[in-house]
Design a protein around this ligand. Structure first.
Ligand code: SAH
Length: 220
């Protein structure tokens, strides 16, 4: 975190440390991911009604009927992306902006797309208040951002009914797409690594629950 304009407290820091310990116990071992989660003040991204729960390892409602992902889920997905500093990462589903902030804290160049205008606007204010830079787009993420690619990584933080082929084409060779793919109500965390022009490697990493990835934008 570069600036501290948000009243990050001794208490919040203590709770974050405890959250990091919890994530370690749940099997998260990527030290850079743990450091980022221990640094980004999740309470700043929460709806005021849930402020006291910011460092509990659970998903919570935000505006527009969406959710801020569970820290464990953020940790798993970020570790699967294998982010390196200066990597160009495209996120689909900005939501609260928490995942984008984690990526920015890890030194990634972040491009993030949200289909709800209100969330798109709010997340920009939140990240700016913390001193994190990212490029925000109010758009349908299904098309990706071909003009800004190719990307080292693409992360979809909503449940996709299938893997969008147009996004695979926006990966660099060696790049990775992390996406929860719907399978009868729950989602299989899937990693697709681009090995060559038309050569993709698929792997599965357990079941998670997400809000759906939907088409089009919502002007509210
Ligand atoms: N990464 C977020 C989690 C948000 S929940 C966080 O850290 O808080 C998923 C988000 O994906 C929702 O805000 C939802 O509106 C958005 N979304 C769903 N389908 C989308 C699409 N096609 N394009 C862009 N955003 C989408």
């Amino acid at each position: 975190m570069k600036n501290d304009l948000t009243g990050d407290s001794f208490e919040a820091r203590g709770k974050r440390k405890k959250l990091v310990d919890d994530l370690r116990k749940k099997g998260i071992s990527d030290e850079e991911v743990l450091r980022a989660i221990g640094t980004v003040p999740r309470h700043v991204f929460m709806d005021p009604a849930f402020l006291n729960h910011a460092y509990i390892d659970k998903a919570f409602p935000i505006t527009s009927g969406q959710t801020i992902s569970q820290p464990y889920t953020v940790a798993v997905m970020t570790a699967l992306l294998k982010v390196k500093r200066r990597d160009k990462i495209l996120e689909i589903g900005t939501g609260s902006g928490y995942q984008a902030a984690i990526l920015a804290e890890m030194g990634a160049r972040v491009y993030t797309i949200e289909r709800f205008r209100e969330l798109y606007l709010k997340a920009q204010v939140t990240l700016a208040s913390l001193g994190y830079a990212a490029d925000f787009f109010y758009d349908d993420g299904y098309e990706g951002k071909p003009h800004y690619g190719p990307f080292d990584g693409i992360i979809i933080t909503a449940a996709a009914s299938e893997i969008p082929g147009v996004l695979l084409k926006q990966l660099k060779t060696g790049g990775r797409l992390v996406v929860p793919v719907d399978e009868g109500g729950a989602q299989v965390m899937t990693v697709v690594q681009r090995k060559g022009e038309n050569d993709f490697d698929y792997s599965s990493h357990g079941y998670f629950v997400f809000v759906p990835m939907l088409r089009g934008t919502v002007n509210k």
